[in-house]
Design a protein around this ligand. Structure first.
Ligand SMILES: NC(=O)c1ccc[n+]([C@@H]2O[C@H](COP(=O)([O-])OP(=O)(O)OC[C@H]3O[C@@H](n4cnc5c(N)ncnc54)[C@H](O)[C@@H]3O)[C@@H](O)[C@H]2O)c1
Length: 282
């Protein structure tokens, strides 16, 4: 199936970036959120991304305007009536995602694919609340989606080959590199990333070594381009905690995050997006 018009549900950290990537590839995209404030923030973020490309001489202002015009920001399901692919990027919460999937199943054309950008939740469980489980899959972008090339294409138990092929082709059309992954909690990348994150948090809690020193040690050793605490703040600590809970429930103790993450989220410190996380951004 050829995707002529796509939609992204949730215009937060990931949704806004994903919609930008799709529009930048010249494909019309609807971006829907329940919060006007989130949509306004997403609009400003997308405008910044296009402006950066103009400033770097990679795009003319006319071209940027043309691509930005491919985006429709909305709070209404009416705008989803003629889309053939939806990428769900609402908060990492199974009950919420199930409600969104049920709603989408009712408003979307029967042949439309519903994909989730979930970091670790079961695609099969999400598919079960719809009447089209063969058209449900995972389509997992990495942060920041406008820079990271990889997309994990995750098949649930009932996902059809046709759906997987459409998603792989779509990934290439938006200039990403798809890898096919069979479903398991955390898929491939987050399973590895969150295991190391849990160990780093444990080490920090036991040793009391400041976050900054650990971040420096990791980057200077060339283990990662970004330290784990800088990365955690950028990803969103609420998302990281949810993923850690999912993986702990699936694999046990070794994914148990240190007490710092729970404490920060409990106090509303979600990282970059709230102005305070492991570090302060105020
Ligand atoms: N943050 C990351 O680095 C990252 C990376 C890869 C995947 N993910 C996954 O992407 C998803 C979104 O994460 P995020 O970090 O962008 O979250 P976020 O908290 O930044 O944004 C979530 C958005 O969803 C909106 N929303 C909530 N309920 C909604 C509904 N019913 N309909 C429409 N919009 C609704 C919220 O208003 C908010 O704008 C999660 O499943 C997460 O695990 C996150």
């Amino acid at each position: 199936m050829y995707i002529k018009r796509a939609a992204v549900i949730g215009s937060g950290t990931m949704g806004a970036d994903i919609a930008y990537v799709i529009a930048n590839a010249g494909i019309p995209v609807v971006i829907k959120d329940v919060a006007d404030e989130a949509l306004e923030k997403a609009k400003a973020h997308v405008a910044d991304l296009f402006q950066t490309r103009i400033n770097r001489g990679r795009m003319t202002p006319e071209d940027a305007q043309k691509r930005q015009a491919f985006m429709t920001f909305t709070t209404s399901n009416e705008d989803l009536k003629d889309v053939s692919l939806v990428i769900e990027a609402v908060s990492e919460n199974m009950a919420l995602k199930k409600r969104v999937f049920q709603e989408l199943d009712h408003v979307l054309p029967p042949l439309a694919i519903i994909a989730s950008n979930t970091s670790a939740l079961s695609v099969t469980e999400l598919a079960e609340v719809t009447g089209r489980p063969e058209r449900v899959a995972g389509f997992h972008f990495f942060f920041p989606a406008h820079m990271m090339k990889l997309i994990e294409v995750i098949s649930g138990e009932k996902t059809s080959q046709e759906t997987l092929e459409t998603l792989r082709r779509f990934a290439e059309e938006i200039r990403k590199i798809p890898v096919s992954v069979k479903e398991c909690p955390g898929f491939v990348v987050n399973r590895v990333l969150m295991a190391s994150m849990a160990e780093v948090l444990r080490f920090q809690d036991e040793s009391g070594v400041p976050y900054q020193e650990i971040d420096q040690a990791i980057t200077k050793a060339g283990l990662a381009p970004m330290g784990p605490f800088v990365l955690g703040d950028a990803l969103g600590l609420d998302v990281a905690l949810e993923v850690a809970h999912t993986l702990t429930a699936a694999y046990g103790e070794r994914f148990q995050p240190g007490p710092q993450l729970e404490a920060l989220v409990k106090d509303g410190h979600l990282g970059l997006k709230s102005g305070q996380g492991f570090y302060s951004y105020r």
